[in-house]
Design a protein around this ligand. Structure first.
Ligand code: GLP
Length: 253
């Protein structure tokens, strides 16, 4: 059983545990892929979506869920980062999702080390590719403890686009274990902008565990401000927040 609260813009679903959190999200994505076989998905990395990706892989294997005409765009990539590095988000997505389903086209921002002009051009090209694919139908998001979505850290403008950004100290700290130490964590990343994310027709933000409780409460109940990037989602017309009991424990309303 999960409970639901909603106003005109923001719906919040609270599930008792991680499995119950992931199931309706995977079901929503599967429904979309069946209803619109050439849909465009915006996808996220991090531990949060792993259960959803496992379920999508299972739907593909057991129920022939077809992704052959689906196009996917990932939110972000570390910079500098070779696409085939074990630390890259490209590799994360290949390993956790795309090697397990038959997705026709998938894109991750290119973190290869290049001049500022070439990076800016490649960010523009990423935006162009999203537009050329018809725009994102459904964007899946996690949330960082800095309040970031993608790698849009506090101070990211509501109309920001895909670009090179500096990572917040909390974000680097959280990434340190997977890089075997803070000094190995890149200081920069390439991320879709808040403006890019808000253009998606539908947005799902998922968060689990008590370590996200404070940031979820601030994003949902605090002021809407670019100092708390996830709060800017409250201006979108079709966003659903999927939380487990731990992530929801700071909510008062
Ligand atoms: C990284 C990603 C974000 C993700 C966040 C949370 O910083 N760039 O897109 O939302 O991690 O990660 P987790 O789901 O592991 O808490």
């Amino acid at each position: 059983m999960s409970s639901s609260l909603s106003n005109n813009r923001t719906a919040v679903n609270i599930a008792p545990d991680y499995a119950a959190l992931c199931a309706p999200i995977a079901a929503r994505i599967a429904d979309l892929a069946r209803a619109k076989p050439d849909c465009v998905l915006g996808l996220a990395t991090g531990s949060s979506p792993l259960g959803v990706y496992n379920l999508l892989a299972r739907h593909h294997a057991e129920s022939s869920l077809d992704f052959s005409r689906v196009t996917c765009f990932n939110l972000d990539e570390y910079y500098p980062m070779a696409w085939d590095s074990p630390h890259s988000y490209h590799e994360f997505m290949r390993e956790n999702l795309f090697s397990r389903i038959n997705c026709g086209h998938w894109h991750v921002p290119d973190g290869a080390s290049r001049s500022a002009e070439v990076i800016a051009e490649s960010c523009r090209a990423y935006e162009d590719s999203i537009r050329a694919a018809g725009g994102i139908d459904l964007q899946l998001l996690g949330i960082g403890r800095s309040g970031h979505i993608g790698f849009n850290e506090p101070g990211s403008a509501v109309d920001s686009r895909t670009r090179l950004v500096a990572l917040h100290p909390i974000t680097r700290e959280d990434a340190a274990p997977s890089f075997s130490g803070l000094s190995n964590v890149p200081t920069e990343a390439i991320t879709m902008g808040i403006g890019t994310i808000l253009e998606a027709r539908e947005i799902i933000l998922m968060a689990h565990g008590p370590s996200k409780a404070q940031i979820i409460a601030a994003a949902l109940e605090g002021p809407v401000t670019d100092q708390m990037p996830a709060s800017l989602l409250r201006g979108h017309k079709a966003v659903t927040w999927y939380l487990d009991a731990g992530a929801a424990e700071g909510l008062t309303k």
